[in-house]
Design a binder for this molecule. Structure first.
Ligand code: IMP
Length: 181
């Protein structure tokens, strides 16, 4: 399937499933060396990271744990402004090697908030692993240590990423071509 319509938008494939698999395998090989013997705790950010988490962890034969969180966004008081909360995190973080798994890092705002929330829990280390990274859209300084695929600043779906709820189950990555005619 080379093109697809989701709601009001059209998309065409630009990264195949095989290319995604190869990129995730390269990342898993790199992370195996870094995390072997450290029993890392992977924290997948729902909904999008379900696909990446599965594909990465099945290629990472080391002792590890995986859990998932949701990020809830709400407006705090006028002094706190916009706040993000992590829902569903029951694991002990203190002293652990934590790896946050994201489907995509775009501006980096989401991952910045997640790292701030986790840093208070005193992990031994925290790093970020993302299936996709848009360097041209990124607005922060913290390094995204583990990236499977860098893409230009275009809207994409597939491999866990959605457009208004649709497209997460597409294999490979599709980029927007325009509104449906
Ligand atoms: P950030 O906070 O700007 O880095 O954006 C992170 C979140 O925005 C991701 O976890 C996605 O849910 C969503 N997002 C950013 N870019 C895309 C895209 O190209 N396709 C689908 N979702 C995206």
């Amino acid at each position: 399937m080379n093109s697809v319509r989701l709601h009001d938008l059209s998309f065409e494939q630009f990264i195949t499933e095989e290319e995604v698999d190869q990129a995730v395998q390269r990342l898993a090989d790199e992370m195996r060396v870094k995390y072997e013997g450290k029993r890392p705790l992977f924290i997948g950010v729902l909904n999008g990271a379900f696909y990446f988490a599965t594909e990465l962890l099945k290629r990472l034969p080391i002792e590890c744990e995986i859990t998932f969180v949701k990020v809830a966004s709400y407006h705090g008081t006028s002094s706190t402004g916009h706040v993000l909360d992590l829902i569903g995190l029951n694991e002990r973080i203190e002293g652990r090697h934590v790896v946050v798994l994201e489907d995509i890092v775009d501006t980096g705002n989401t991952v910045r908030h997640i790292l701030d929330a986790l840093a208070h829990l005193r992990p031994a280390s925290i790093s970020i692993a993302a299936l996709l990274f848009k360097p041209d859209a990124y607005k922060h300084d913290m390094p995204i240590e583990h990236v499977a695929i860098r893409i230009p600043n275009v809207f994409v779906v597939g491999s866990g990423l959605d457009h208004d709820g649709l497209g997460r189950n597409l294999t490979g990555i599709y980029r927007i071509t325009g509104p449906t005619s």
